[in-house]
Design a protein around this ligand. Sequence first.
Ligand SMILES: [Ca+2]
Ligand SMILES: [Ca+2]
Length: 233
Amino acid sequence: MGPKFSTRLALGMIACFAPLSASAAFVSPTSWSRGIGGTTYQEWDVFSTNSGATPDVGNVNGNGTASLTETVSGSFITSGGNIYHAGAASSFTVTTPEADVTAPAPDHNVTAIVQIRSQGTELDYSSVLLNGIAAVDTAELGRIALGGFGGELVDSWFLFNIPYAAFGDGIPGVEDLTLTFNATGAHMSLDRLSIDTAIQPFGFYAEPNPVPEPASLALLGLGAITMLTRRRA
Ligand SMILES: [Ca+2]
Ligand SMILES: [Ca+2]
């Protein structure tokens, strides 16, 4: 008993809190409703191919159909329908058709939200680019420890601002938004992915970060530990 017991209790308390964030899942945009004009939504969960996979959970895109391909050879589909590579850092390209709106002026900008669920080896978070542009905001929606050598399941969120100059060419029609990302090493399993886009003529949507400030979360955890330690002392 004594301090050791308090520490164990505090750790238990943290474990009790953990499911709060661990149960977090993908979120819907708050700045626009899925399905309204100028927006697209596509989501994959059970992959049947690692080359040219089309969305199976959600597919609302008036410009065409999005497509996901693993570009390092040797990856395969797991029994659970994820894309896994045992021998190399897998690398992905996802193309999403977007309207190239040129009237009244070629100044339509795209706000995009990308969410990725990985298992095992994690994403190289700095590698996640849309049309070569890095995210303007990111969040970790959830993290769950998997048993054995499974590592962790991680849900991550990325917000992109893509100016017209980075995807339009002045010719009316459809242009691809190209998402690229890779794993930090072998043994990443791509479990789930979603892309929401919204185009508008002037500026970007101010989509809020879906996760509370890390500082306030840390304070909450620290407060719980201090409280418990005092009680037991
Ligand atoms: Ca065009
Ligand atoms: Ca899956």
